[in-house]
Design a protein around this ligand. Structure first.
Ligand SMILES: N=c1c2ncn([C@@H]3O[C@H](COP(=O)(O)OP(=O)(O)OP(=O)(O)O)[C@@H](O)[C@H]3O)c2ncn1[C@@H]1O[C@H](COP(=O)(O)O)[C@@H](O)[C@H]1O
Length: 112
């Protein structure tokens, strides 16, 4: 379709591999290893901060900041998955399971 943007997720895949590889790195030589050493709470805290900063950039309609903060957010989400032993394919499988099911329809089906 003309004008349709295609997304190539290969760079995210490569970044996840790099993040996984940092499990063997020293905390003073790698930011990712530093986060692993700090632990799950610190990683979750960073993820929350980046999510709030992304939301703030969106409210301010600041496009460059939205891009920068979204990159920080995605990066920290990948670190969280790696720390938790999740693989991007786990999340993609869940999204595939939901494909075609409207969020409104899913909500309506929930037991009240
Ligand atoms: N994509 C990123 C990336 N995005 C953001 N960041 C870091 O995430 C941090 C963001 O936190 P803040 O802006 O809140 O900075 P801060 O105030 O220093 O953070 P705190 O002291 O509060 O924890 C900064 O240190 C950024 O440099 C990243 N660090 C690394 N990567 C990628 O991860 C790879 C591995 O990194 P290392 O493990 O450091 O080798 C790199 O080659 C990059 O590809």
């Amino acid at each position: 379709m003309p004008g349709t943007k295609q997304t190539d997720w290969t760079p995210l895949d490569q970044l996840f591999k790099t993040i996984e590889s940092r499990k063997a790195a020293a905390a003073d030589e790698s930011y990712v290893a530093h986060l692993y050493a700090k632990g799950r709470k610190k990683i979750a805290q960073k993820l929350g901060e980046e999510a709030v900063e992304t939301a703030l950039a969106a409210v301010l309609d600041d496009r460059p900041d939205m891009i920068a903060e979204s990159a920080d957010l995605l990066f920290h989400l990948l670190v969280l998955w790696a720390d938790a032993g999740l693989h991007p394919s786990d999340i993609l499988a869940e999204l595939a399971r939901r494909e075609g099911l409207s969020g409104l329809e899913e909500k309506a089906r929930r037991p009240s």
